[in-house]
Design a protein around this ligand. Structure first.
Ligand code: HPA
Length: 236
């Protein structure tokens, strides 16, 4: 058991999918994994281990935001020996031509968080996806004929920004979209010697003010799940 995860050692697989929403973790376990076993219910942050096409895989909710994700990421790697973490989340798009339901695979994650400023004594670390996992996902998406965008995203600490136009600066510098977790995920994994990657389904578009219905979110989420699971199968 770790501080926030009530699992026995060995109960969590080497490869873990991390949705923000713990109910999504349960959905993935119940719909995609064979023989899923719930290993954690502490704080309602569900975690399951099962198998996908014979490979042992876990799914762990991360909660919203970098502070919450950082706790689970640290404990998964440090206390349970997790090696590969794929965040499967949602994000907002910053561009007219990146539509709702599209997939964004995050090569890198910029951030407005002070987390890394403190960690690197005021210097600037560039949170980057693991290249092996990234390449495996790109190859898998191409094989499955799933269109995607790949590039830099913003991990913000503030969902409701005071400056409603502030996102345009990030968009001008080529940032594809915004979520709230990946800079911490990439940084912590790098520091602890694990591999990390984020794939997001676009749930809203700040440029066109388009939104997805919950039904649309569910369908595109399913495609993203298959992409993440098949990536893990193809990896190594
Ligand atoms: N902002 C931050 N995080 C998000 C958004 C957004 O617009 N959409 C989905 N996750």
């Amino acid at each position: 058991m770790s501080v926030h995860i009530g699992a026995e050692k060995g109960a969590i697989a080497e490869s873990v999918l991390m949705p923000g929403d713990p109910l999504r973790a349960r959905f993935i376990a119940e719909n995609f994994l064979d023989d899923p076993v719930c290993y954690n219910e502490v704080r309602g942050m569900s975690g399951y281990t099962g198998s996908y096409k014979g490979k042992k895989i876990s799914v762990q909710g991360s909660g919203m935001g970098q502070a919450s994700l950082a706790i689970y990421t640290n404990e998964l790697i440090d206390e349970y020996g997790v090696k590969n973490l794929i965040r499967v989340g949602s994000c907002g798009s910053y561009h007219k031509d990146i539509h709702v339901r599209d997939l964004i695979i995050a090569m890198s994650a910029s951030t407005d968080s002070a987390m890394n400023k403190d960690r690197f004594n005021g210097h600037f670390f560039a949170p980057t996806a693991d290249y092996g996992l990234f390449k495996a996902m790109i190859d898998t998406a191409e094989q499955l004929k799933m269109p995607f965008h790949a590039g830099n995203i913003l991990a913000t600490d503030t969902f409701y920004q005071d400056d409603r136009e502030g996102w345009k600066k990030w968009a001008k510098f080529g940032v594809l979209g915004v979520e709230m977790e990946s800079a911490a995920l990439y940084t912590i994994a790098a520091g602890l010697g694990a591999r990390a990657l984020t794939v997001c389904t676009v749930s809203d578009n700040l440029a066109t003010e388009e939104f997805t219905s919950s039904e649309e979110r569910e369908k595109s989420f399913t495609e993203m799940m298959i992409l993440a699971l098949e990536t893990i199968l193809s990896f190594q």
